[in-house]
Unconditional design. Structure first.
Length: 233
């Protein structure tokens, strides 16, 4: 399977303009070469474009940008900050849950960190680089994925009003040069334990995103729609 077949059909025509097709093909083939050489590459091939599979361009209501997929076994499944059911939430995701509990006292943090229910509501959980080699964060940067993900953001920018939750300098750089007039851009602190104490917990981005969506006549995101209880929260 090539990259053109892997990209969901709802996005394919808008994304695969010539220069983006070339960059995406290069990035995809580089990842495939590593897989064929016996390297562990995450996420699995069928999950590389899962963020796009769960939300069509016209249904995007919010965007949360990550950097690389998680680089440890069983964690990455194609959604930024998310891990599959049964996998312990990484520290940044635990901090996201803590911030949610401050904004929404009724929030019950889930036992796993699977954010699929957000994506199904129209939250584009996009990493700017879509693959990574096991144990080597940043290994697949500057191979072409950034050209594709910039195109994804441009497509979203031309659609319905939505909220961009931009956490940290990497996410800020990712949206540089994209015209986001008509959207709400919420720039703030990254949830990493290295930076979250600088204001992440109290920046209020989830409620602000919903206030903006309501002001534009769009349905808000039910950020609390996650199941179970997080052990040790």
């Amino acid at each position: 399977m090539g990259v053109e077949d892997a990209i969901p059909s709802t996005w394919r025509d808008a994304l695969l303009v010539p220069h983006v097709r070339e960059a995406a093909t290069s990035a995809w083939q580089a990842a495939e070469s590593e897989r064929q050489a016996g390297e562990s590459v995450y996420p699995r091939r069928e999950n590389v474009f899962r963020a796009l599979s769960l939300v069509a361009p016209n249904n995007v209501r919010a965007v949360i940008l990550g950097q690389d997929p998680y680089h440890q076994p069983a964690q990455a499944h194609g959604l930024s900050f998310s891990v599959p059911q049964g996998i312990k939430p990484p520290p940044s995701l635990v901090n996201i849950f803590k911030a949610l509990a401050i904004e929404y006292p009724e929030f019950q943090p889930p036992q796993s960190g699977d954010l699929s229910s957000w994506a199904e509501q129209g939250v584009l959980l996009l990493n700017t680089v879509l693959t990574v080699r096991e144990g080597t964060p940043g290994a697949h940067q500057k191979r072409g994925w950034e050209v594709l993900t910039q195109r994804i953001l441009e497509v979203v920018s031309k659609g319905k009003p939505c909220a961009f939750l931009i956490w940290g300098k990497h996410a800020e750089r990712a949206i540089a040069g994209i015209d986001l007039a008509g959207h709400r851009v919420l720039v703030g602190v990254h949830p990493s334990p290295l930076s979250a104490h600088r204001g992440f917990f109290t920046q209020g981005h989830f409620q602000q995103a919903n206030e903006f969506l309501l002001s534009k006549g769009r349905k808000p995101v039910d950020w609390c729609r996650l199941d179970g209880n997080l052990v040790g929260f």
